[in-house]
Design a protein around this ligand. Sequence first.
Ligand code: F6R
Length: 613
Amino acid sequence: MCGIVGYVGSREAVPLLMAGLTNLEYRGYDSAGIAAFDGTGLIVQKCVGRLSALGERLKNEPVEGRVGIGHTRWATHGEPSEINSHPHLDCTGRIAVVHNGIIENYQELRAALEAKGHQFISQTDTEVIPHLIEAALSDGAKSFEEALQTALKLARGAYALGILFKDQPDRFYAARHGSPLVVGVGKGEQFIASDVPAIVSQTRDVIYLNDGEIATLTPDGVRVTNLDGQEVKHEIVTVTLRAESVERAGFETFMLKEIHEQPRVLRNLLDKHVSPDSSVLMPGFGLSPQYFKKLNRVMIVSCGTAYHAGMYGKLLLENLTRIAVETDLGSEFRYRDPKIDPGTLIVAVSQSGETADTLASVRMAKSWGCKTLSICNVPGSTLVRVSDAVFFTDAGPEIGVASTKAYTAQLMAFGLLAIHIGLSRGEISEKDAQTLLRDLQAIPDAIHYVLRRKDSIRAIADKHHDGPSSLYLGRRFNYPTALEGALKNKEISYQHAEGYAAGEMKHGPIALINEYLPVVCICTKTRDEVYEKMISNVKEVEARHGKIIAIATDGDTAFDRLAEDIVFVPPTRDEFSPLVNVVALQLLAYYAAQARGTDIDKPRNLAKSVTVE
Ligand code: F6R
Protein backbone atom coordinates (compact mmCIF):
# COMPACT_ATOMS: atom_id res chain seq x y z
CA MET A 1 0.00 0.00 0.00
CA CYS A 2 2.38 2.68 -1.26
CA GLY A 3 6.09 2.67 -0.68
CA ILE A 4 8.16 5.65 0.37
CA VAL A 5 11.90 6.29 0.34
CA GLY A 6 14.23 9.15 1.22
CA TYR A 7 17.94 9.92 1.03
CA VAL A 8 20.37 12.53 2.29
CA GLY A 9 24.15 12.30 1.88
CA SER A 10 26.98 13.02 -0.51
CA ARG A 11 25.83 10.82 -3.41
CA GLU A 12 23.30 11.60 -6.13
CA ALA A 13 19.91 11.01 -4.53
CA VAL A 14 17.75 10.10 -7.53
CA PRO A 15 19.45 6.80 -8.55
CA LEU A 16 19.32 5.67 -4.91
CA LEU A 17 15.66 6.66 -4.59
CA MET A 18 14.81 4.81 -7.81
CA ALA A 19 16.69 1.71 -6.64
CA GLY A 20 14.80 1.79 -3.35
CA LEU A 21 11.47 2.28 -5.12
CA THR A 22 12.21 -0.68 -7.41
CA ASN A 23 12.28 -2.87 -4.31
CA LEU A 24 9.09 -1.30 -3.02
CA GLU A 25 7.08 -1.38 -6.22
CA TYR A 26 5.26 -4.50 -4.98
CA ARG A 27 3.52 -2.17 -2.51
CA GLY A 28 1.71 -0.30 -5.27
CA TYR A 29 2.25 0.59 -8.89
CA ASP A 30 -0.44 3.09 -9.88
CA SER A 31 2.04 5.97 -10.13
CA ALA A 32 5.48 7.02 -8.95
CA GLY A 33 7.23 10.27 -8.12
CA ILE A 34 10.30 11.86 -6.61
CA ALA A 35 11.29 15.23 -5.24
CA ALA A 36 14.89 16.40 -4.80
CA PHE A 37 16.84 19.57 -4.21
CA ASP A 38 19.09 20.50 -7.09
CA GLY A 39 21.15 23.67 -7.25
CA THR A 40 18.08 25.71 -8.23
CA GLY A 41 15.53 24.51 -5.71
CA LEU A 42 12.97 21.82 -5.07
CA ILE A 43 12.24 19.77 -8.19
CA VAL A 44 9.35 17.28 -8.46
CA GLN A 45 8.91 14.65 -11.16
CA LYS A 46 5.94 12.29 -11.19
CA CYS A 47 4.27 9.95 -13.59
CA VAL A 48 1.16 7.82 -13.71
CA GLY A 49 1.81 4.08 -14.21
CA ARG A 50 4.79 1.94 -13.33
CA LEU A 51 8.11 3.11 -11.96
CA SER A 52 9.64 2.45 -15.38
CA ALA A 53 7.58 5.36 -16.76
CA LEU A 54 9.15 7.65 -14.18
CA GLY A 55 12.56 6.20 -15.06
CA GLU A 56 12.01 7.15 -18.72
CA ARG A 57 10.94 10.65 -17.78
CA LEU A 58 14.02 11.09 -15.59
CA LYS A 59 16.24 10.04 -18.50
CA ASN A 60 14.89 12.94 -20.54
CA GLU A 61 14.61 15.40 -17.66
CA PRO A 62 17.25 14.37 -15.11
CA VAL A 63 17.07 15.64 -11.55
CA GLU A 64 20.28 16.11 -9.62
CA GLY A 65 20.66 16.59 -5.92
CA ARG A 66 21.87 15.00 -2.73
CA VAL A 67 18.61 15.05 -0.81
CA GLY A 68 15.35 13.57 -2.01
CA ILE A 69 12.18 11.60 -1.33
CA GLY A 70 10.27 9.14 -3.51
CA HIS A 71 6.96 7.32 -3.71
CA THR A 72 5.25 4.44 -5.45
CA ARG A 73 1.46 4.58 -5.15
CA TRP A 74 -1.45 2.25 -4.56
CA ALA A 75 -4.38 4.60 -5.05
CA THR A 76 -6.79 5.03 -2.14
CA HIS A 77 -8.16 8.56 -2.41
CA GLY A 78 -8.31 9.78 -5.99
CA GLU A 79 -7.82 7.82 -9.20
CA PRO A 80 -4.34 6.97 -10.47
CA SER A 81 -3.34 10.19 -12.27
CA GLU A 82 -0.40 12.54 -12.43
CA ILE A 83 -2.17 15.11 -10.26
CA ASN A 84 -2.87 12.53 -7.56
CA SER A 85 0.69 11.15 -7.65
CA HIS A 86 3.05 11.95 -4.82
CA PRO A 87 5.00 14.04 -3.84
CA HIS A 88 2.36 16.64 -2.97
CA LEU A 89 3.18 20.29 -2.38
CA ASP A 90 1.86 23.21 -0.35
CA CYS A 91 0.64 26.43 -2.03
CA THR A 92 4.13 27.93 -2.14
CA GLY A 93 5.85 24.84 -3.58
CA ARG A 94 8.32 24.90 -0.68
CA ILE A 95 7.14 21.75 1.11
CA ALA A 96 7.01 18.33 -0.61
CA VAL A 97 5.47 15.26 1.02
CA VAL A 98 5.32 11.54 0.23
CA HIS A 99 2.88 9.46 2.26
CA ASN A 100 1.87 5.88 2.92
CA GLY A 101 -1.37 5.51 4.87
CA ILE A 102 -4.66 7.38 5.08
CA ILE A 103 -5.39 10.70 6.77
CA GLU A 104 -8.90 9.86 7.91
CA ASN A 105 -10.02 13.39 8.82
CA TYR A 106 -8.65 14.93 5.63
CA GLN A 107 -12.03 16.22 4.49
CA GLU A 108 -12.57 18.41 7.52
CA LEU A 109 -8.90 19.51 7.51
CA ARG A 110 -9.11 20.36 3.83
CA ALA A 111 -12.32 22.36 4.29
CA ALA A 112 -10.72 24.36 7.11
CA LEU A 113 -7.58 24.98 5.06
CA GLU A 114 -9.58 25.98 1.98
CA ALA A 115 -11.55 28.42 4.12
CA LYS A 116 -8.18 30.01 4.97
CA GLY A 117 -7.36 30.32 1.27
CA HIS A 118 -5.23 27.19 0.64
CA GLN A 119 -5.48 25.89 -2.91
CA PHE A 120 -5.73 22.12 -3.40
CA ILE A 121 -5.13 20.47 -6.74
CA SER A 122 -5.54 16.73 -6.07
CA GLN A 123 -8.28 14.48 -4.67
CA THR A 124 -5.86 12.87 -2.22
CA ASP A 125 -5.95 12.84 1.56
CA THR A 126 -2.17 13.38 1.57
CA GLU A 127 -2.29 16.91 0.20
CA VAL A 128 -3.55 18.25 3.53
CA ILE A 129 -0.17 17.50 5.13
CA PRO A 130 2.01 20.05 3.25
CA HIS A 131 -0.80 22.60 3.61
CA LEU A 132 -1.11 21.99 7.35
CA ILE A 133 2.64 22.51 7.74
CA GLU A 134 2.47 25.65 5.60
CA ALA A 135 -0.42 26.93 7.73
CA ALA A 136 1.47 26.25 10.95
CA LEU A 137 4.49 28.13 9.59
CA SER A 138 2.42 31.14 8.66
CA ASP A 139 0.65 30.99 12.03
CA GLY A 140 4.04 31.67 13.63
CA ALA A 141 5.63 28.29 14.34
CA LYS A 142 9.17 28.98 15.56
CA SER A 143 10.75 26.29 13.45
CA PHE A 144 9.93 23.81 10.71
CA GLU A 145 10.02 21.03 13.33
CA GLU A 146 7.43 22.84 15.40
CA ALA A 147 5.20 23.37 12.33
CA LEU A 148 5.48 19.68 11.53
CA GLN A 149 4.54 18.71 15.09
CA THR A 150 1.52 21.03 14.98
CA ALA A 151 0.41 19.60 11.63
CA LEU A 152 0.76 15.99 12.72
CA LYS A 153 -1.16 16.58 15.93
CA LEU A 154 -4.12 17.63 13.76
CA ALA A 155 -3.96 14.62 11.42
CA ARG A 156 -5.93 11.50 12.35
CA GLY A 157 -5.27 8.15 10.73
CA ALA A 158 -2.16 6.35 9.55
CA TYR A 159 0.96 7.76 8.01
CA ALA A 160 4.56 7.18 7.13
CA LEU A 161 5.86 10.41 5.69
CA GLY A 162 8.92 11.77 3.94
CA ILE A 163 9.09 15.56 3.86
CA LEU A 164 11.36 18.08 2.13
CA PHE A 165 11.45 21.78 2.98
CA LYS A 166 12.96 24.15 0.45
CA ASP A 167 14.57 26.41 3.07
CA GLN A 168 16.54 23.48 4.52
CA PRO A 169 18.23 21.77 1.57
CA ASP A 170 20.66 19.87 3.82
CA ARG A 171 18.05 17.59 5.36
CA PHE A 172 14.71 15.89 5.16
CA TYR A 173 12.15 14.75 7.69
CA ALA A 174 10.27 11.51 8.29
CA ALA A 175 7.35 10.73 10.56
CA ARG A 176 5.37 7.68 11.43
CA HIS A 177 2.04 6.75 12.91
CA GLY A 178 0.53 3.38 12.13
CA SER A 179 2.29 2.78 8.78
CA PRO A 180 5.67 1.07 8.51
CA LEU A 181 8.84 3.12 8.26
CA VAL A 182 12.46 2.27 8.79
CA VAL A 183 15.42 4.64 8.98
CA GLY A 184 18.69 3.40 7.47
CA VAL A 185 21.80 4.77 9.15
CA GLY A 186 24.86 5.02 6.90
CA LYS A 187 28.27 6.68 7.01
CA GLY A 188 27.70 10.32 6.11
CA GLU A 189 24.32 9.44 4.63
CA GLN A 190 20.87 8.42 5.85
CA PHE A 191 17.89 6.70 4.28
CA ILE A 192 14.25 6.01 4.95
CA ALA A 193 12.06 3.32 3.43
CA SER A 194 8.77 1.53 3.99
CA ASP A 195 10.71 -1.66 4.60
CA VAL A 196 14.21 -2.99 5.04
CA PRO A 197 14.69 -4.69 1.62
CA ALA A 198 14.52 -1.28 -0.06
CA ILE A 199 17.71 -0.09 1.68
CA VAL A 200 19.58 -3.25 2.60
CA SER A 201 21.99 -2.92 -0.32
CA GLN A 202 23.07 0.45 1.16
CA THR A 203 23.06 -0.16 4.90
CA ARG A 204 22.10 -2.83 7.39
CA ASP A 205 21.99 -0.49 10.36
CA VAL A 206 18.44 0.59 10.96
CA ILE A 207 16.18 2.36 13.41
CA TYR A 208 12.55 1.32 13.63
CA LEU A 209 10.58 4.48 14.36
CA ASN A 210 7.66 4.19 16.77
CA ASP A 211 4.25 5.69 16.29
CA GLY A 212 4.15 9.42 16.98
CA GLU A 213 7.83 10.01 16.21
CA ILE A 214 9.55 12.42 13.85
CA ALA A 215 13.07 11.92 12.49
CA THR A 216 15.27 14.71 11.17
CA LEU A 217 17.85 13.26 8.80
CA THR A 218 21.06 15.05 7.81
CA PRO A 219 24.30 13.60 6.40
CA ASP A 220 25.71 13.72 9.94
CA GLY A 221 23.01 11.71 11.66
CA VAL A 222 19.41 11.13 12.68
CA ARG A 223 17.58 12.93 15.47
CA VAL A 224 14.28 11.46 16.65
CA THR A 225 11.69 13.34 18.68
CA ASN A 226 8.11 12.80 19.71
CA LEU A 227 5.30 15.13 18.64
CA ASP A 228 6.10 17.42 21.60
CA GLY A 229 9.67 17.89 20.40
CA GLN A 230 11.25 15.78 23.15
CA GLU A 231 14.22 13.77 21.96
CA VAL A 232 13.78 9.97 21.86
CA LYS A 233 16.84 7.73 21.98
CA HIS A 234 16.79 4.72 19.66
CA GLU A 235 18.93 1.66 19.48
CA ILE A 236 20.47 1.02 16.04
CA VAL A 237 19.60 -2.54 14.98
CA THR A 238 21.79 -4.44 12.50
CA VAL A 239 19.57 -6.52 10.23
CA THR A 240 20.75 -9.87 8.88
CA LEU A 241 18.88 -9.73 5.57
CA ARG A 242 21.16 -10.17 2.54
CA ALA A 243 20.79 -7.94 -0.51
CA GLU A 244 20.71 -11.04 -2.81
CA SER A 245 17.51 -12.22 -1.14
CA VAL A 246 15.61 -9.40 -2.83
CA GLU A 247 16.79 -10.40 -6.31
CA ARG A 248 15.10 -12.75 -8.80
CA ALA A 249 18.12 -15.09 -8.95
CA GLY A 250 17.58 -16.09 -12.58
CA PHE A 251 13.86 -16.86 -12.25
CA GLU A 252 11.49 -15.15 -14.65
CA THR A 253 9.42 -13.76 -11.76
CA PHE A 254 9.73 -13.37 -8.00
CA MET A 255 6.67 -15.56 -7.57
CA LEU A 256 8.29 -18.49 -9.38
CA LYS A 257 11.47 -17.99 -7.36
CA GLU A 258 9.47 -17.94 -4.13
CA ILE A 259 7.51 -21.07 -5.08
CA HIS A 260 10.84 -22.84 -5.59
CA GLU A 261 12.25 -21.55 -2.31
CA GLN A 262 9.62 -23.42 -0.28
CA PRO A 263 11.55 -26.63 0.42
CA ARG A 264 14.52 -24.62 1.70
CA VAL A 265 12.38 -22.28 3.80
CA LEU A 266 10.56 -25.20 5.43
CA ARG A 267 13.75 -27.17 6.01
CA ASN A 268 15.31 -24.16 7.73
CA LEU A 269 12.26 -23.83 9.96
CA LEU A 270 12.49 -27.51 10.85
CA ASP A 271 16.22 -27.22 11.56
CA LYS A 272 15.56 -24.28 13.85
CA HIS A 273 12.66 -25.81 15.73
CA VAL A 274 13.33 -29.56 15.89
CA SER A 275 16.15 -30.86 18.08
CA PRO A 276 18.25 -33.91 17.08
CA ASP A 277 16.30 -35.97 19.63
CA SER A 278 13.02 -34.89 17.95
CA SER A 279 11.54 -32.41 20.35
CA VAL A 280 10.18 -29.00 19.38
CA LEU A 281 12.44 -26.07 20.24
CA MET A 282 10.96 -22.65 20.82
CA PRO A 283 13.96 -20.36 21.31
CA GLY A 284 13.04 -17.06 23.00
CA PHE A 285 9.37 -17.74 22.43
CA GLY A 286 7.80 -15.95 25.40
CA LEU A 287 4.91 -18.33 26.23
CA SER A 288 5.69 -21.23 28.55
CA PRO A 289 4.43 -24.84 28.48
CA GLN A 290 2.67 -24.03 31.81
CA TYR A 291 0.77 -21.22 30.10
CA PHE A 292 -0.42 -23.59 27.36
CA LYS A 293 -1.45 -26.17 29.95
CA LYS A 294 -4.05 -23.80 31.36
CA LEU A 295 -5.13 -22.25 28.07
CA ASN A 296 -8.65 -23.08 26.97
CA ARG A 297 -9.46 -20.79 24.06
CA VAL A 298 -7.59 -19.49 21.03
CA MET A 299 -8.78 -16.91 18.52
CA ILE A 300 -6.85 -16.73 15.24
CA VAL A 301 -7.11 -13.43 13.35
CA SER A 302 -5.70 -12.73 9.90
CA CYS A 303 -6.54 -11.64 6.34
CA GLY A 304 -6.38 -13.12 2.85
CA THR A 305 -3.93 -15.96 2.40
CA ALA A 306 -2.92 -15.66 6.05
CA TYR A 307 -6.59 -16.24 6.92
CA HIS A 308 -6.47 -19.54 5.05
CA ALA A 309 -3.39 -20.42 7.10
CA GLY A 310 -5.42 -19.54 10.19
CA MET A 311 -8.22 -21.89 9.10
CA TYR A 312 -5.67 -24.68 8.77
CA GLY A 313 -4.17 -23.74 12.14
CA LYS A 314 -7.58 -24.08 13.78
CA LEU A 315 -8.01 -27.63 12.48
CA LEU A 316 -4.55 -28.69 13.54
CA LEU A 317 -4.62 -27.03 16.96
CA GLU A 318 -8.03 -28.47 17.78
CA ASN A 319 -6.84 -31.89 16.72
CA LEU A 320 -3.54 -32.01 18.52
CA THR A 321 -4.21 -29.82 21.56
CA ARG A 322 -7.98 -30.13 22.17
CA ILE A 323 -8.19 -26.38 22.78
CA ALA A 324 -11.27 -24.61 21.40
CA VAL A 325 -10.07 -22.55 18.46
CA GLU A 326 -11.93 -19.99 16.36
CA THR A 327 -10.79 -17.98 13.37
CA ASP A 328 -11.85 -14.64 12.04
CA LEU A 329 -10.91 -12.13 9.40
CA GLY A 330 -9.24 -9.07 10.87
CA SER A 331 -11.72 -6.78 9.12
CA GLU A 332 -14.68 -8.63 10.68
CA PHE A 333 -13.22 -9.33 14.11
CA ARG A 334 -12.49 -5.72 14.91
CA TYR A 335 -16.05 -4.55 14.24
CA ARG A 336 -18.14 -7.42 15.53
CA ASP A 337 -17.83 -6.85 19.26
CA PRO A 338 -16.72 -10.45 19.91
CA LYS A 339 -17.18 -12.11 23.28
CA ILE A 340 -13.57 -12.64 24.27
CA ASP A 341 -12.32 -13.08 27.81
CA PRO A 342 -8.79 -12.10 28.90
CA GLY A 343 -7.84 -15.79 29.13
CA THR A 344 -8.14 -16.19 25.34
CA LEU A 345 -4.90 -16.30 23.38
CA ILE A 346 -5.08 -14.19 20.21
CA VAL A 347 -2.97 -15.59 17.40
CA ALA A 348 -2.34 -13.13 14.56
CA VAL A 349 -0.98 -14.49 11.28
CA SER A 350 0.66 -12.08 8.87
CA GLN A 351 3.45 -12.18 6.34
CA SER A 352 4.13 -8.45 6.46
CA GLY A 353 3.22 -7.74 10.07
CA GLU A 354 1.70 -4.48 8.83
CA THR A 355 -1.81 -5.47 7.72
CA ALA A 356 -4.04 -2.75 9.18
CA ASP A 357 -7.00 -4.98 10.14
CA THR A 358 -4.83 -7.67 11.73
CA LEU A 359 -2.92 -5.07 13.71
CA ALA A 360 -6.08 -3.31 14.87
CA SER A 361 -7.49 -6.67 16.03
CA VAL A 362 -4.37 -7.40 18.05
CA ARG A 363 -4.38 -3.97 19.62
CA MET A 364 -8.03 -4.37 20.52
CA ALA A 365 -7.42 -7.77 22.09
CA LYS A 366 -4.52 -6.37 24.09
CA SER A 367 -6.76 -3.66 25.44
CA TRP A 368 -9.05 -6.45 26.75
CA GLY A 369 -6.12 -8.01 28.57
CA CYS A 370 -5.56 -10.94 26.16
CA LYS A 371 -2.13 -12.35 25.43
CA THR A 372 -1.10 -12.14 21.79
CA LEU A 373 1.05 -14.44 19.71
CA SER A 374 1.97 -13.52 16.17
CA ILE A 375 3.11 -15.78 13.36
CA CYS A 376 4.98 -13.30 11.25
CA ASN A 377 7.62 -13.08 8.55
CA VAL A 378 9.06 -9.61 9.05
CA PRO A 379 11.33 -8.88 12.00
CA GLY A 380 10.87 -5.35 13.28
CA SER A 381 7.35 -5.12 11.85
CA THR A 382 4.64 -3.43 13.87
CA LEU A 383 2.89 -6.72 14.62
CA VAL A 384 6.07 -8.23 15.99
CA ARG A 385 6.58 -5.24 18.22
CA VAL A 386 3.08 -5.21 19.68
CA SER A 387 2.80 -8.98 20.29
CA ASP A 388 3.63 -10.77 23.53
CA ALA A 389 5.19 -13.70 21.68
CA VAL A 390 6.32 -14.23 18.10
CA PHE A 391 6.86 -17.27 15.93
CA PHE A 392 8.99 -16.05 13.02
CA THR A 393 8.28 -17.80 9.74
CA ASP A 394 11.77 -16.86 8.47
CA ALA A 395 10.73 -17.20 4.82
CA GLY A 396 12.86 -14.21 3.75
CA PRO A 397 11.47 -11.27 1.80
CA GLU A 398 8.40 -12.19 -0.22
CA ILE A 399 8.30 -9.82 -3.18
CA GLY A 400 5.73 -11.47 -5.47
CA VAL A 401 2.41 -9.90 -4.54
CA ALA A 402 0.70 -13.30 -4.37
CA SER A 403 1.84 -15.05 -1.22
CA THR A 404 3.42 -18.51 -1.62
CA LYS A 405 6.41 -19.32 0.59
CA ALA A 406 5.03 -17.22 3.44
CA TYR A 407 1.86 -19.34 3.34
CA THR A 408 3.56 -22.73 3.55
CA ALA A 409 5.83 -21.33 6.27
CA GLN A 410 2.70 -20.27 8.20
CA LEU A 411 1.31 -23.80 7.85
CA MET A 412 4.62 -25.22 9.07
CA ALA A 413 4.55 -22.81 12.02
CA PHE A 414 1.10 -24.11 12.97
CA GLY A 415 2.39 -27.68 12.63
CA LEU A 416 5.28 -27.05 15.01
CA LEU A 417 3.18 -25.01 17.43
CA ALA A 418 0.40 -27.60 17.54
CA ILE A 419 2.87 -30.38 18.36
CA HIS A 420 4.55 -28.22 21.00
CA ILE A 421 1.26 -27.20 22.62
CA GLY A 422 -0.20 -30.71 22.34
CA LEU A 423 2.83 -32.06 24.19
CA SER A 424 2.73 -29.28 26.81
CA ARG A 425 -0.90 -30.20 27.56
CA GLY A 426 -0.32 -33.94 27.53
CA GLU A 427 -2.76 -34.37 24.65
CA ILE A 428 -0.15 -36.14 22.59
CA SER A 429 2.61 -38.43 23.82
CA GLU A 430 6.34 -38.03 23.19
CA LYS A 431 6.05 -40.90 20.75
CA ASP A 432 3.16 -39.26 18.86
CA ALA A 433 5.16 -36.04 18.72
CA GLN A 434 8.16 -37.83 17.27
CA THR A 435 6.04 -39.48 14.58
CA LEU A 436 4.39 -36.17 13.75
CA LEU A 437 7.75 -34.42 13.53
CA ARG A 438 9.15 -37.16 11.33
CA ASP A 439 6.18 -36.76 8.98
CA LEU A 440 6.64 -33.00 9.00
CA GLN A 441 10.28 -33.46 8.11
CA ALA A 442 9.26 -35.35 4.97
CA ILE A 443 7.41 -32.30 3.63
CA PRO A 444 10.31 -30.37 1.99
CA ASP A 445 11.21 -33.40 -0.16
CA ALA A 446 7.57 -33.95 -1.06
CA ILE A 447 7.41 -30.33 -2.27
CA HIS A 448 10.56 -30.90 -4.34
CA TYR A 449 8.79 -33.78 -5.99
CA VAL A 450 5.88 -31.52 -6.99
CA LEU A 451 8.27 -28.84 -8.26
CA ARG A 452 9.98 -31.41 -10.46
CA ARG A 453 6.61 -32.08 -12.10
CA LYS A 454 5.97 -28.48 -12.99
CA ASP A 455 5.98 -29.14 -16.74
CA SER A 456 3.03 -31.49 -16.46
CA ILE A 457 1.23 -28.92 -14.28
CA ARG A 458 1.97 -26.27 -16.90
CA ALA A 459 0.42 -28.49 -19.58
CA ILE A 460 -2.77 -28.78 -17.51
CA ALA A 461 -2.88 -25.03 -16.93
CA ASP A 462 -2.38 -24.40 -20.66
CA LYS A 463 -5.37 -26.58 -21.39
CA HIS A 464 -7.78 -25.07 -18.85
CA HIS A 465 -6.80 -21.41 -18.49
CA ASP A 466 -9.25 -20.12 -21.05
CA GLY A 467 -12.66 -20.24 -19.39
CA PRO A 468 -14.29 -17.51 -17.35
CA SER A 469 -14.41 -19.47 -14.11
CA SER A 470 -13.19 -22.46 -12.13
CA LEU A 471 -14.14 -24.25 -8.92
CA TYR A 472 -11.81 -25.66 -6.23
CA LEU A 473 -13.04 -28.34 -3.86
CA GLY A 474 -11.44 -29.82 -0.78
CA ARG A 475 -12.42 -31.24 2.59
CA ARG A 476 -11.16 -30.97 6.15
CA PHE A 477 -7.42 -30.06 6.16
CA ASN A 478 -7.63 -29.34 2.46
CA TYR A 479 -10.69 -27.12 2.57
CA PRO A 480 -8.41 -24.13 3.30
CA THR A 481 -6.16 -25.43 0.49
CA ALA A 482 -9.11 -25.18 -1.91
CA LEU A 483 -9.75 -21.60 -0.80
CA GLU A 484 -6.08 -20.73 -1.19
CA GLY A 485 -5.82 -22.37 -4.63
CA ALA A 486 -8.83 -20.38 -5.83
CA LEU A 487 -7.42 -17.16 -4.38
CA LYS A 488 -4.06 -17.71 -6.10
CA ASN A 489 -5.81 -18.33 -9.39
CA LYS A 490 -8.05 -15.27 -9.27
CA GLU A 491 -5.44 -12.85 -8.05
CA ILE A 492 -2.78 -13.60 -10.66
CA SER A 493 -4.71 -15.00 -13.65
CA TYR A 494 -7.86 -12.85 -13.20
CA GLN A 495 -9.99 -15.91 -13.87
CA HIS A 496 -12.92 -16.07 -11.48
CA ALA A 497 -12.34 -18.98 -9.13
CA GLU A 498 -14.26 -20.17 -6.15
CA GLY A 499 -13.03 -22.40 -3.35
CA TYR A 500 -15.61 -24.55 -1.61
CA ALA A 501 -15.86 -27.24 1.02
CA ALA A 502 -16.60 -30.22 -1.22
CA GLY A 503 -19.47 -31.38 0.99
CA GLU A 504 -21.16 -28.00 0.57
CA MET A 505 -21.18 -28.22 -3.21
CA LYS A 506 -24.63 -29.78 -3.30
CA HIS A 507 -25.97 -26.79 -1.41
CA GLY A 508 -25.50 -24.35 -4.27
CA PRO A 509 -22.37 -24.31 -6.41
CA ILE A 510 -23.26 -27.60 -8.10
CA ALA A 511 -25.57 -25.47 -10.24
CA LEU A 512 -22.47 -23.96 -11.87
CA ILE A 513 -21.15 -27.28 -13.12
CA ASN A 514 -21.34 -28.00 -16.83
CA GLU A 515 -18.98 -29.39 -19.44
CA TYR A 516 -17.02 -26.13 -19.58
CA LEU A 517 -16.23 -25.66 -15.88
CA PRO A 518 -12.78 -26.79 -14.66
CA VAL A 519 -13.21 -28.26 -11.16
CA VAL A 520 -9.99 -28.74 -9.21
CA CYS A 521 -10.59 -31.52 -6.67
CA ILE A 522 -8.10 -32.06 -3.89
CA CYS A 523 -8.44 -35.76 -3.20
CA THR A 524 -5.18 -36.96 -1.74
CA LYS A 525 -5.54 -40.11 0.36
CA THR A 526 -6.43 -39.80 4.03
CA ARG A 527 -6.61 -42.25 6.91
CA ASP A 528 -10.30 -41.62 7.52
CA GLU A 529 -13.55 -41.48 5.56
CA VAL A 530 -12.82 -38.00 4.15
CA TYR A 531 -11.10 -39.57 1.13
CA GLU A 532 -14.14 -41.69 0.26
CA LYS A 533 -16.46 -38.72 0.72
CA MET A 534 -14.22 -36.76 -1.60
CA ILE A 535 -14.46 -39.48 -4.25
CA SER A 536 -18.26 -39.26 -4.01
CA ASN A 537 -18.05 -35.50 -4.51
CA VAL A 538 -15.82 -35.97 -7.55
CA LYS A 539 -18.39 -38.41 -8.95
CA GLU A 540 -21.09 -35.79 -8.48
CA VAL A 541 -19.01 -33.41 -10.57
CA GLU A 542 -18.44 -36.10 -13.19
CA ALA A 543 -22.17 -36.83 -13.42
CA ARG A 544 -22.67 -33.20 -14.44
CA HIS A 545 -19.81 -33.31 -16.97
CA GLY A 546 -17.51 -30.89 -15.11
CA LYS A 547 -13.87 -30.92 -16.26
CA ILE A 548 -12.17 -32.59 -13.31
CA ILE A 549 -8.57 -31.80 -12.43
CA ALA A 550 -7.64 -34.09 -9.53
CA ILE A 551 -4.82 -33.56 -7.07
CA ALA A 552 -4.22 -37.17 -6.10
CA THR A 553 -1.72 -39.32 -4.25
CA ASP A 554 0.91 -40.96 -6.40
CA GLY A 555 -0.11 -44.49 -7.32
CA ASP A 556 -3.82 -43.88 -6.69
CA THR A 557 -5.78 -45.14 -9.68
CA ALA A 558 -9.21 -44.09 -8.38
CA PHE A 559 -9.28 -40.99 -10.60
CA ASP A 560 -7.95 -42.51 -13.81
CA ARG A 561 -11.37 -42.67 -15.37
CA LEU A 562 -12.98 -39.88 -13.39
CA ALA A 563 -10.60 -37.01 -14.00
CA GLU A 564 -9.64 -35.28 -17.22
CA ASP A 565 -6.24 -34.42 -15.72
CA ILE A 566 -4.41 -35.53 -12.60
CA VAL A 567 -1.57 -33.90 -10.69
CA PHE A 568 0.12 -36.59 -8.63
CA VAL A 569 1.73 -35.67 -5.34
CA PRO A 570 3.68 -37.96 -3.00
CA PRO A 571 1.91 -39.60 -0.08
CA THR A 572 2.06 -37.46 3.08
CA ARG A 573 0.31 -37.54 6.41
CA ASP A 574 -3.25 -36.09 6.05
CA GLU A 575 -2.60 -33.32 8.53
CA PHE A 576 0.39 -32.03 6.57
CA SER A 577 -0.82 -32.71 3.03
CA PRO A 578 -1.94 -29.05 2.56
CA LEU A 579 1.72 -27.96 2.57
CA VAL A 580 2.34 -30.10 -0.50
CA ASN A 581 -1.01 -29.86 -2.27
CA VAL A 582 -1.00 -26.09 -2.23
CA VAL A 583 2.28 -26.02 -4.15
CA ALA A 584 0.58 -27.86 -7.03
CA LEU A 585 -2.18 -25.23 -6.92
CA GLN A 586 0.32 -22.36 -6.81
CA LEU A 587 1.95 -23.74 -9.98
CA LEU A 588 -1.42 -24.32 -11.64
CA ALA A 589 -2.36 -20.68 -10.99
CA TYR A 590 1.09 -19.51 -12.02
CA TYR A 591 1.03 -21.17 -15.41
CA ALA A 592 -2.61 -20.19 -16.01
CA ALA A 593 -1.60 -16.58 -15.37
CA GLN A 594 1.36 -16.95 -17.70
CA ALA A 595 -0.88 -18.34 -20.42
CA ARG A 596 -3.28 -15.43 -19.90
CA GLY A 597 -0.41 -12.96 -20.14
CA THR A 598 -0.88 -11.14 -16.84
CA ASP A 599 1.78 -9.31 -14.85
CA ILE A 600 2.32 -12.10 -12.32
CA ASP A 601 4.45 -10.29 -9.76
CA LYS A 602 2.29 -7.19 -9.85
CA PRO A 603 -1.31 -8.20 -10.50
CA ARG A 604 -3.70 -5.35 -11.19
CA ASN A 605 -5.29 -3.45 -8.31
CA LEU A 606 -3.33 -5.35 -5.63
CA ALA A 607 -0.60 -4.33 -3.26
CA LYS A 608 1.55 -6.55 -1.13
CA SER A 609 1.13 -4.93 2.20
CA VAL A 610 -2.39 -3.77 3.03
CA THR A 611 -1.68 -1.00 5.49
CA VAL A 612 -5.09 0.64 5.13
CA GLU A 613 -8.50 -0.72 6.16
C1 F6R B 1 -2.71 -13.16 -1.29
C2 F6R B 1 -2.07 -12.29 -0.31
C3 F6R B 1 -2.95 -11.52 0.61
C4 F6R B 1 -2.31 -11.44 2.00
C5 F6R B 1 -3.14 -10.53 2.92
C6 F6R B 1 -2.57 -10.47 4.31
O1 F6R B 1 -1.76 -13.84 -2.05
O2 F6R B 1 -0.88 -12.18 -0.25
O3 F6R B 1 -4.23 -12.06 0.68
O4 F6R B 1 -2.23 -12.72 2.54
O5 F6R B 1 -3.17 -9.24 2.37
O6 F6R B 1 -1.27 -10.00 4.30
P1 F6R B 1 -0.30 -10.27 5.49
O7 F6R B 1 -0.01 -11.73 5.52
O8 F6R B 1 0.92 -9.45 5.17
O9 F6R B 1 -0.99 -9.82 6.73
